[in-house]
Design a protein around this ligand. Structure first.
Ligand SMILES: [Zn+2]
Length: 84
């Protein structure tokens, strides 16, 4: 286990904590949801921070889901993927 940094929220200065979260993304009317994301969340304002490199992985996973949704034309409702 890596020791998490004691980062402060850049929005409000509150302390952020490592959490497992769900996030929903939308593009052209298609919704995808990723669950089991590791992120740091501000306890005060709820701002979400991904680890360095983590945001890029999230973007790639989301883009893969969107590609799947558009290519399969199965974009009714929400596609959910668990990363955990
Ligand atoms: Zn904050």
């Amino acid at each position: 286990m890596k020791r998490s940094r004691n980062a402060k929220c850049s929005e409000c200065g509150g302390s952020v904590r490592r959490k497992t979260i769900d996030q929903e993304f939308e593009k052209e009317g298609v919704r995808v949801r990723l669950s089991g994301l590791q992120a740091s969340v501000c306890g005060r304002c709820g701002e979400v921070y991904f680890e360095p490199g983590g945001a890029q992985q999230v973007v790639e996973a989301v883009n893969s889901l969107f590609r799947l949704a558009f290519s399969e034309r199965q974009h009714k409702g929400t596609i959910t993927a668990a990363l955990s």
